[in-house]
Design a protein around this ligand. Structure first.
Ligand code: FUB
Length: 313
């Protein structure tokens, strides 16, 4: 597998856009960045991959990048592709990862079929959530189970949160864009108990892209409200009850914004994606080109999140 350093492109970008020290350079278009810091203290970023001029988010593989200073990034290449799945051939969408019992786990949505916009009743598109594993944070990841963890009727955008006691929770959005959570069994190859539709404290968010993290004993559930601006809830446990806290990043270009939040050394970092005009004038899918970006994120003394402004990337 080819590994190469992408520091040069990052350096060039940083020179051009000095306002943002976390500019994420890559020679491919990445989206849905999910950041994690593992035992070695490096930042690992798990992303989906926008193809040039892709249609309807037909996406085929997932990538991993890592850095120990958030400036120089190593591109570890594609770590899993839909070609390696027996149950899906498309929709390699927003992934996440976790570490437990000496193994790295990669959770991902994937699917089959097509959307028929003119005749929705003829749509055959379906998506489920899989889990693959590896001894290395940079893969390659193997779909050991060979089947989705959850396949009915529709599931997308998994977020894997592993609490301090080792219990893993899988969050995702299902049909109707309701959020669900389920406990993972200790072997991380099956689920435990029921899928719980989350109680969002009276709100009924119909959204995608959940992310869960813990800071100072507060659990945070963050998500793109209306699929756009980033909002958050807090709770005293990973299962809620969740209390709405408001928006911490406004939307941009009326487009989706998948994100993650992670501590790196003494800082907290927000990874998200921005939208690029395609360089190909003949490309119809003008809004289908995204790139990963990052900002510092700050908290108030009571744990609430300060508003985040985008810096130039
Ligand atoms: O990248 C494909 C999809 O777009 C993701 O699953 C959503 O969260 C949105 O970012």
């Amino acid at each position: 597998r080819m590994t190469f350093v992408v520091a040069l492109s990052t350096l060039l970008s940083n020179v051009a856009w000095a306002a943002n020290p976390l500019n994420f350079g890559s020679d491919i278009l990445t989206a849905d960045p999910s950041g994690h810091v593992w035992q070695d203290g490096r930042m690992y970023l798990y992303t989906s991959h926008d193809e040039n001029c892709q249609l309807d988010f037909w996406m085929k593989d997932w990538h991993v990048f890592s850095s120990d200073d958030l400036i120089n990034w190593v591109d570890h290449g594609a770590v899993l592709s839909v070609d390696q799945l027996s149950w899906a051939d498309n929709y390699a969408w927003a992934p996440d990862a976790g570490y437990k019992n000496g193994k790295y786990y990669f959770v991902f949505p994937a699917g089959t079929g097509h959307k028929d916009r003119a005749n929705p009743e003829k749509s055959t598109k379906w998506m489920g959530i899989g889990i693959a594993e590896s001894d290395s944070p940079t893969g390659p990841f193997v779909d050991v189970i060979g089947a989705p963890l959850w396949r009915e009727p529709y599931a997308n955008d998994p977020s894997l949160f592993i609490d301090d006691d080792g219990q893993a929770y899988l969050y995702f959005h299902g049909k109707g864009f309701d959020y669900y959570v389920i406990k993972m069994a200790d072997d991380m190859r099956s689920t435990e108990g029921d899928f719980i539709k989350m109680d969002m404290g009276g709100y009924e968010p119909k959204m995608e892209g959940p992310w869960v993290f813990k800071r100072n004993d507060i659990y945070y559930f963050t998500m793109p409200e209306n699929n756009r601006e980033l909002a958050y809830y807090t709770a005293p446990s990973p299962l809620g009850p969740w209390q709405y806290q408001g928006v911490f990043m406004e939307s941009e270009h009326d487009s989706n914004n998948h994100h993650s939040i992670v501590q790196f050394k003494d800082d907290w970092i927000l990874f998200y994606h921005r939208w690029l005009e395609t360089p190909d004038a003949n490309c119809d899918a003008r809004k289908r080109q995204r790139h990963s970006a990052a900002e510092y994120i700050y908290f108030n003394d009571d744990g609430t999140i300060k508003k985040v402004n985008r810096t130039e990337h």
